[in-house]
Write a protein that binds this ligand. Structure first.
Ligand code: GDP
Ligand code: ZN
Length: 315
């Protein structure tokens, strides 16, 4: 991490946030400026490249102005988080979107996403989308049960659960309100309604949804630049975000830490390096036994652990 150099602060370099990156340019919104006002088009100082540092959208920076009205990014202030996909820094809230049906709610996938969000040090928030389908009774018995499970299991762990219908505009305002003061990304499987939700929250955004891209007969996952959109005191990354995840960046020893309720119980395990699989005196296993930890959560934890061990063996 880079230090917030006193020298630079003394020179009084203006500060701002990179809200967009495109073709080697960084667009910096000056601190205190109208969030919908002009940005300063900046190049990064050559030294960043030499050091292998990439300025990211979301970075708080110090910059200097050049004669032509453009600027130079002089320094990147310490980041609170860093995502690789989408490439955004300082995100502090991830809205994990799952539809009540179409596609069917998959708790294993939900846990997988949660692991990654926890690993990135970002606060997750669960959002059950397409509530109108639930209300209309369009969903299967299986989906209804999964919806109940989400509220029961994840609410008990301490995760906030929101419900929305972009189609009817329900729950969108409450979610928007929750974003205030944060830099947020939307994550979730393709087709759960992330783009629709973003479009509902950000007026005029007009993100392409599946419906439109299918009609045009092209894939939805065209690479596009990331941009932070200011909306009512919050920033959201205008990208449908991560929809595919794997465990390559996650160490096996980190997994237990990424399950919030297990992380909280781990200090009570008899062994310090307890993996919560078969050890005697394991507080997590005891909690699974008496219902304090959901069986599905522990099962997925063991599945991910096995998956990671097998992957490691193959290399
Ligand atoms: P993404 O891949 O997660 O960005 O999902 P999209 O926003 O592209 O939506 C996928 C499909 O679900 C599209 O056909 C949308 O019209 C539909 N959809 C999105 N939100 C809702 C909703 O609230 N209710 C219903 N019934 N359908 C929705
Ligand atoms: Zn244990």
């Amino acid at each position: 991490m880079m230090s917030n150099s006193v020298k630079n602060l003394k020179t009084g370099s203006p500060s701002g946030r990179i809200v967009k990156a495109l073709s080697g340019y960084y667009y910096v919104l000056p601190d205190g400026a109208d969030p919908h006002g002009a940005t300063v088009q900046c190049r990064a100082r050559g030294v960043f490249k030499k050091k292998g540092i990439n300025p990211l959208v979301g970075d708080e920076v110090l910059y200097s102005l050049t004669e032509n009205g453009e600027g130079t990014v002089e320094e990147i202030l310490p980041r609170s988080s860093e995502l690789i996909r989408p490439p955004v820094s300082n995100v502090d809230l991830a809205i994990l979107v799952f539809s009540v049906t179409e596609p069917t709610l998959n708790l294993q996938l939900l846990d997988k996403f949660l692991v990654h969000i926890e690993h990135a040090g970002i606060e997750p928030l669960l959002c059950l989308s397409k509530r109108d389908l639930e209300a209309e009774g369009d969903e299967t018995e299986e989906a209804r049960k999964a919806t109940e499970d989400v509220r029961r299991i994840y609410g008990a762990i301490g995760y906030e659960v929101y419900g929305t219908s972009s189609r009817r505009g329900e729950g969108v305002e409450a979610l928007h309100e929750r974003l205030r003061g944060h830099i947020a990304v939307f994550a979730g499987q393709s087709g759960v309604g992330k783009s629709s939700l973003l479009n509902a929250i950000v007026p005029g955004l007009a993100l392409e949804t599946n419906e439109i891209s299918n009609r045009l007969g092209r894939g939805k996952h065209t690479t596009r630049h990331v941009e932070l959109i200011e909306v009512g005191g919050a920033y959201v990354a205008d990208t449908p975000g991560f929809s595919q995840l794997d465990f390559t960046e996650l160490g096996i020893e980190d997994l237990g830490y990424c399950f919030k309720e297990m992380r909280e119980l781990a200090p009570s395990c008899k062994f310090r390096a307890c993996t919560h699989v078969h050890e005697p005196g394991c507080a997590v296993l005891a909690a699974v036994e008496d219902g304090g930890v959901a069986e599905s959560r522990h099962r997925h934890y063991v599945q991910f652990l096995t998956e990671m061990k097998e992957k490691k063996r193959r290399y």
